[in-house]
Design a protein around this ligand. Sequence first.
Ligand SMILES: NC(=O)CCC(=O)C(=O)O
Length: 280
Amino acid sequence: MFCKFRLAVIQLQVSSVKADNLSRARRLVKEAAGQGSKVVVLPECFNSPYGTNFFSRYAEKIPGESTQVLSEAAKENQVYLVGGSIPEEDGGKLFNTCTVFGPDGEVILKHRKIHLFDIDIPGKIRFQESETLSAGNSLSVFDTSFCKVGVGICYDMRFAELAQLYSRKGCQLLVYPGAFNMTTGPTHWELLQRARALDNQVYVATASPARDETASYVAWGHSTVVNPWGDVISKAGPEEAVVYADIDLQYLADVRQQIPITSQRRNDLYAVTSAQEGSS
Ligand SMILES: NC(=O)CCC(=O)C(=O)O
């Protein structure tokens, strides 16, 4: 295993034209690889506008058009590509699904969002993914030649238990393609990432679509990378950008040694358990 590698988070400007989203994503993956990135992350719903009225229109089978582009981009650029998410159709149901590709272009993971984004804040925002989407049922971890990575999609980040289980499975990096909004984003987006990072002494990376004030759902943007100390080490503004962070696994080991919460945990008094314990 190598001790350091470069991560890139692509804050893509997503439009209603799928072909444009795909070609833009492909171009920015190439740009990120050109800057030495070995792991590249795209945003939630990177091929489609985010909204319950769009999911069925943009949905694809996997494999399909969008995952073909992701596979080629991973292979051409020799990167691990966390393909944000796309609306997936399978067996008459729709899912919000992230596929991950290795540098050989093969799919190494498929994560279906496990916590659907259903919230209702009167006068501000009501969003009910469950009106059109079904939830996934699996925890999702993949191996790279650098470290193990845990994957969640956006609202999944609110669930501390998931991050804790990923950390217990050996993940040193958690990635969350996400699209927070203008109500929750300003207070919760960065705070949640720093909390997940600090609780578990891991790196956390999020990739949001760039903000589009004309969209029906306005994304907060501000794609971020946080280190195991809880510091923000890279952060985009609202506009399209690629942000880079050097992930230092020796630094992570140092933090864990200095503040050894894992060995100090009182497993005799409390526990977070998974129905999938033992699976990867
Ligand atoms: N796409 C999402 O899951 C949005 C989650 C969100 O905005 C939140 O506040 O949580």
